[in-house]
Design a binder for this molecule. Structure first.
Ligand code: ADP
Ligand code: ZN
Length: 731
């Protein structure tokens, strides 16, 4: 009955709320207000008030208006989310099968960003007023303020070299008055021609190709160049072109620890720092960047995957550096791959996207082979340095003594490297001291009470830690099972244990552990990366963190403690990921000077991945891996989806997973494996079962899953069904 009352329709709107519901809700618009799609609002939702955005599509006019709640606030100062961003949110939701509100939630992350930045309170001299007593400290303050301008209190105290209480005292005596100062001015713009470099001939070809891609709409390019070949220099030319065309640029990096070096390089080339976006920036900075991106004041953002959901007003280029990296995949909430979604965002808005890697994903290489992406190859290091010489150490015959982890041959090479004043990197992708602790009297193994994983000893902290849920406990004196004293033994090495061996062997060397879990957080990591870069450490022991993109000019030797780690996984990409990781980490050696060496400690030197690494034949590895994927119908030749069913009762969860699998609509094109207990069978007290779906490339797997899950059976309370389209991790 309300449908045909046009006056009424104008007073209601569809609002997408950032919660897990299937679509927008209908709200009443306050009298006199009008809200275009994209307007950011606040609405009541149950007992709460939440942010939301007015969405497209007709509101539901069939609802009794008396039952409708009203929009409680309209953010007039915030730029509405534009059409392209709204379509992107819808697209990501449809692809990942996540509720669209949960995707919108990644856009509307900061409420502070929706209002203007509050003005800062400053102080200014009151003409003719003097303090009762002119102490030296007070005099310094007044001298500092000679210019008559307003200062922030902290800035003034700092400049005058006094404590804040001196300034407060002068305010109390009305010698100074408080004034409102405008918030930070917009950041300075990057300068396109600030400092250009002379590109080598293959770099020039790539840079010109990237610049030309701006006239082709949604073109995707892959810069496929060995470590140190100048990929960053090359895509800087594409950034310059985007800036010339008055477009904003987003650069995605897989790891916060990489941003520091990037910021400095960007500044050297463009004269200013780009804006940063990742989990470690302050709320205030976050809000400023969000606003700046929306207003267009911010021209270049360097960020983690979540930066993809920033409300750019003039985005015209996305670069995904280290595009093969697993960190671009988010596994929880909305499971999306930022690399793939970057390509989608470029496609929807018709601008170029550039992927860069020394070890591209098989998916991207195939897309190049098929002509979907354009590949630019940089086969040589920019410095002219040759690629490192690699050698496998067969741990079955050439390993170290029991209780030691560094083989004699690697040790010898480390001695030479140290003597010659160069750096060594020892790589082991295992945090902590030892991955397993057991009691030598009764055989008790320390396991997490909430997860099916061993507790990892962290000797610096003196604790046993679960790497899945963060549970930690002090290392006990006695075995909790048999009470034996001093009977616990660490099994296997982590980086801390390797460091212990290094310190024992090289007492004069400056050693440094680079691992994400050490106290001090990202700040400390940044500092330490810089120390390594500047040659302030001789031997670095690091986890996969150090494998990514860094340029350490003095590093000559890389030793991989356990090259087999990661090959045994039930992961269809295990070979690819191991190849990438080991090629990246050994690629740190001799980047600038040449003469680099890499040693890979392995129990299976004949494994095809190790053979491919030794022979330095990347193309042969890709060709073989692509053939194997094609033959097995694995991505990108076939499609995969994972479904994880989890719950706190093991039997009920298992039963539900089975019932769900039985209810799968029969379809000859879809193969369903499982349910099987997940490799990580329990996490945070929840039991986990997995289904794996395989389908041909062109098959609408999302449509199939949507239909299946709608039909049921439906998850009962406490049970969770998480779909992961194109899973990257299989735990
Ligand atoms: P990649 O990103 O491929 O690992 P980078 O862009 O970091 O390589 O380049 C490696 C090093 O070589 C950097 O120090 C970079 O400044 C330098 N470099 C690259 N290309 C040139 C060039 N054409 N002229 C001078 N230095 C270059
Ligand atoms: Zn745990």
């Amino acid at each position: 009955m309300f449908d045909d009352d046009p006056a009424f329709k104008e007073t209601i709107a569809s609002v997408m709320v950032p919660v897990a519901v299937p679509g927008p809700y209908t709200y009443r618009v306050p009298a006199g207000a009008s809200v275009a799609p994209g307007t950011i609002v606040k609405v009541p939702l149950g007992p709460r008030e939440v942010l939301g955005a007015v969405w497209d599509g007709e509101p539901d006019a069939a609802i009794n208006p008396k039952k409708l709640k009203a929009i409680s606030h309209i953010y007039e100062r915030a730029r509405p989310l534009d059409e392209e961003l709204r379509r992107f949110v819808d697209w990501v939701a449809a692809w990942t099968l996540a509720p669209p509100g949960m995707v919108l939630r990644m856009v509307l992350r900061s409420e502070e960003a929706l209002e203007d930045e509050p003005p800062i309170t400053g102080v200014r001299k009151v003409e003719g007023h003097m303090p009762e007593r002119l102490t030296p400290a007070r005099k310094r303050v007044l001298d500092t303020m000679e210019d008559g301008l307003a200062w922030t209190k902290s800035g003034l105290a700092h400049a005058a070299g006094v404590s804040a209480s001196v300034v407060d005292g002068l305010v109390a005596q009305e010698v100074l008055e408080t004034v409102s100062m405008p918030a930070a001015p917009p950041p300075p713009k990057p300068q396109v021609d600030y400092a250009t470099v002379n590109l080598t001939s293959s770099q020039k070809v790539a840079a010109e190709g990237l610049v030309a891609s701006f006239d082709k709409g949604a073109a995707v390019s892959l810069i496929d160049g060995v470590t140190g070949s100048g990929k960053t220099e090359v895509y800087f030319e594409a950034i310059a072109e985007a800036l010339r065309r008055d477009k904003q640029v987003l650069v995605l990096l897989p790891e916060i620890a990489l941003t520091e070096q990037f910021l400095r390089r960007f500044e050297k080339r463009f004269g200013v720092y780009p804006a940063e976006w990742h989990s470690e920036i302050t709320t205030k900075k976050r809000a400023r960047t969000w606003r700046g991106v929306a207003s267009g004041d911010v021209r270049v953002v360097i960020g983690a995957r979540s930066a993809l959901f920033l409300p750019f007003s003039e985005l015209g280029l996305i670069i995904v550096d280290e595009e093969h990296d697993g960190a671009f995949k988010q596994d929880d909430r909305v499971p999306y791959n930022a690399r793939d979604m970057a390509v989608v965002r470029g496609h929807l808005s018709k601008f170029p996207v550039i992927l860069a890697s020394a070890t591209p994903s098989v998916e991207s290489r195939v897309n190049c082979d098929l002509g979907r992406y354009t590949r630019f190859e940089l086969p040589e290091r920019a410095s002219g340095a040759e690629m490192p010489e690699l050698k496998a150490i067969d741990m079955r015959h050439e390993g170290p003594d029991r209780g030691r982890w560094i083989a004699p041959e690697l040790l010898e090479a480390m001695k030479e490297t140290f003597a010659d004043g160069s750096q060594t990197l020892l790589f082991l992708n295992r945090r902590g001291y030892a991955p397993l602790t057991l009691c030598r009297t009764c055989g008790h193994r320390f396991q997490c009470p909430h997860c099916s994983s061993w507790l990892v000893e962290h000797r610096f902290q003196g604790r046993l830690v679960c790497h899945h849920c963060g549970h930690s406990e002090a290392v006990p004196k006695n075995c909790p099972s048999c009470s034996a004293t001093d009977s616990l033994v660490p099994c296997g090495p982590g980086v801390e244990r390797i460091a212990e061996e290094v310190e024992d062997r090289f007492p004069q060397a400056r050693t440094l552990i680079l691992s994400s879990d050490l106290p001090g957080g990202p700040e400390r990591l940044r500092r330490e990366m810089k120390i390594v870069e500047d040659g302030g450490a001789d031997i670095v022991i690091g986890t996969q963190l150090v494998a990514k993109g860094h340029n350490f000019p003095k590093m000559k030797l890389v030793g991989v403690i356990d090259a087999d780690l990661g090959l045994a996984h039930g992961d269809p990409r295990a070979a690819e990921k191991t190849f990438q990781l080991l090629a990246q980490v050994t690629g740190r050696a001799g980047r600038v000077t040449g003469g680099g060496k890499g040693y890979l400690q392995t129990y299976s030197p004949d494994h095809p991945v190790l053979k491919a690494l030794m022979s330095q034949d990347r193309d042969a590895f890709y060709a073989a891996e692509i053939d194997a994927r094609r033959a097995a119908g694995l991505p990108p030749f076939g499609r995969l989806a994972g479904i994880v069913i989890s719950g706190s009762d093991k039997n009920m969860t298992d039963g539900f997973a089975r019932a769900l699998a039985r209810a799968a609509p029969p379809d000859g094109a879809v193969t369903i494996l499982g349910p099987a207990e997940a490799a990580l069978a329990m996490v945070r007290g929840r039991y986990r079962f997995r289904l794996l779906l395989m389908a041909p490339r062109q098959y609408d797997l999302q449509g199939y899953i949507r239909h299946w899950l709608e039909q049921g059976p439906h998850a009962v309370k406490g049970m969770r069904v998480q779909v992961d389209i194109d899973p990257q991790h299989f735990l």
